[in-house]
Design a protein around this ligand. Structure first.
Ligand SMILES: Cc1ncc(C[n+]2csc(CCOP(=O)(O)OP(=O)(O)O)c2C)c(N)n1
Length: 457
């Protein structure tokens, strides 16, 4: 172990003992982030990643940055905790256990914005949607609570203005709605963030999201610069990412000229269970992210209980996408504190796992303890940040009683000028076919012979 070798790894350059080299390698590659990139096969790209992840400052240690990470995490945690107290038995598909994936998303957006991004389009399934809507896309808290309380929509007015047609109700629920907001990052950079509505069929939103991003890039000039300006981000569950073919189908279009979007950031909220299915029963490979290797994508596996490392992983993903214009995967290894939704009792299906989870402190508590232990902050400072945020939630919750909806149905997201609604007149042109003939064809098409018993459910 004392033998010296010529190396260049982390801050070791030149001759170093095997003991030193091993220590450095372990600190880089056996910590909270596991990086798969050697399969990429392009030396320039491999070196690009190596330089960054082997930098001893890759995971931040300065006070300012670590507290910023805490502030972000706290917002996300408080939102879930607050809903847990107010709506304990309402289905929400909370992100509890994977909070850091949402704070990481904000870090990625900030990083991409510093590299020319001005608009991001996000597609995601049920898990964590309400939190992303509130804390990433910045739908006002008061509006979110109004939706919970049912004070948000003036249903009589909607029925009146939709000419008796109830399509505006859309039969939809809080965690399926999308939205689009413009906001400012640190008072300087303006961003538009859009969260696609969730069609419920897992992973289906992928192509819709990328189609939307592609259209935006096209109308911004269809250049490399417009590609940099519009960033698509897709969230996935670990079971659906491995299980749904459309994940592969979407990825393989990434460099086809008419479909390319300059790279997508894929985020897996890897809570290691799909509804009630264990990973060994839903896939054949070690990692849920393995499809990414087919396309030479860098894959960052990161422990969600280390939010500073999660931030670094997301920032690296954003920098990668803005630099190389290809996809990248962040696999956030976490757990699901509650059942598939808040009304499920996972102790029946995963009793051993949930015994562990029930004993495990929340990520916010884990991170707060590490900040206190390392002297970055005092317990008192953190408690006061927490109390302030809780008060903000209480205030918004109260204000939701008097919340008045805007003119436009909010879930239509942006005002699409010229967008034809079902109530608008069809612009079909005369076909030149006699109406009687069409009627006859229609009748024949629907005709059931008397000896055939059609059964409708
Ligand atoms: C295509 C499709 N198949 C099945 C379902 C039913 N379903 C809803 S959530 C879910 C489990 C998803 O697990 P995972 O992707 O790991 O996400 P998690 O809920 O754990 O966050 C299933 C099977 C669905 N909505 N869509």
């Amino acid at each position: 172990m004392d033998k010296k070798f010529q190396v260049s790894v982390g801050n070791l350059h030149g001759e170093h003992t095997l003991t030193e080299i091993l220590q450095t390698l372990r600190a880089t590659y056996s910590g909270s982030i596991g990086i798969e990139y050697m399969h990429i096969g392009d030396l320039q790209k491999v070196e690009w990643i190596r330089q960054r992840v082997e930098d001893p400052n890759f995971i931040p240690s300065d006070r300012h940055k670590l507290l910023k990470v805490y502030q972000e995490l706290l917002k996300i945690d408080t939102f879930e905790q607050f809903l847990n107290t107010q709506y304990k038995t309402t289905k929400r598909f909370g992100v509890d256990g994977g909070e850091a994936a949402v704070s990481g998303l904000n870090a990625a957006i900030e990083k991409a914005a510093s590299m020319g991004m001005s608009e991001c389009v996000i597609g995601m399934p049920h898990r964590g949607r309400l939190n992303v809507l509130t804390n990433v896309v910045r739908k006002p808290l008061v509006q979110m609570f109004a939706e919970f309380k049912g004070t948000h929509y003036d249903f009589e007015k909607i029925v009146e203005t939709s000419e008796g047609d109830d399509w505006l109700f859309a039969g939809d629920v809080k965690y399926h709605l999308g939205t689009s907001q413009v906001f400012s990052l640190d008072g300087n950079t303006t961003i538009r963030a859009t969260l696609e509505a969730n069609p419920s069929h897992l992973e289906t939103v992928n192509t819709v999201t990328l189609g939307r991003a592609r259209a935006k890039q096209y109308y911004l000039g269809n250049t490399a610069e417009s590609t940099t300006r519009v960033l698509p981000i897709l969230f996935h569950g670990d079971a659906s990412f491995a299980g749904q073919g459309v994940v592969y189908e979407t990825m393989q279009l990434a460099h086809v000229q008419e479909f390319a979007v300059g790279g997508t950031i894929h985020v897996i909220i890897n809570n290691q269970v799909g509804f009630t299915t264990d990973p060994v029963d839903d896939r054949s490979t070690m990692y849920t992210s393995d499809v990414g290797k087919t396309f030479n994508l860098p894959i960052l596996h990161v422990n969600a209980d280390d939010p500073a490392a999660v931030t670094s992983a997301f920032e690296l993903a954003a920098e990668w996408r803005q630099t190389w214009a290809t996809d990248v995967i962040v696999d956030v290894i976490c757990y699901r504190r509650f059942g598939h939704n808040e009304t499920d009792a996972p102790e029946y299906t995963q009793p051993v796992l949930y015994k562990q989870i029930n004993k495990h402190p929340r990520t916010e508590a884990v991170y707060a303890a590490s900040l206190v232990e390392s002297g970055i902050a005092t317990q008192k400072e953190l408690e006061s940040m927490k109390a302030d945020l809780w008060k903000e939630h209480e205030k918004a919750f109260k204000a939701a009683d008097d919340f008045k909806p805007g003119e436009e149905a909010e879930w239509v997201a942006t005002k699409w000028e010229g967008f034809v609604r079902p109530t608008d007149k069809s612009n079909a042109h005369p076909t030149g076919v006699d109406i009687e003939l069409l009627r006859k064809i229609g009748e024949k098409l629907c005709y059931t012979p008397p000896d055939f018993k059609a059964r409708f459910p």
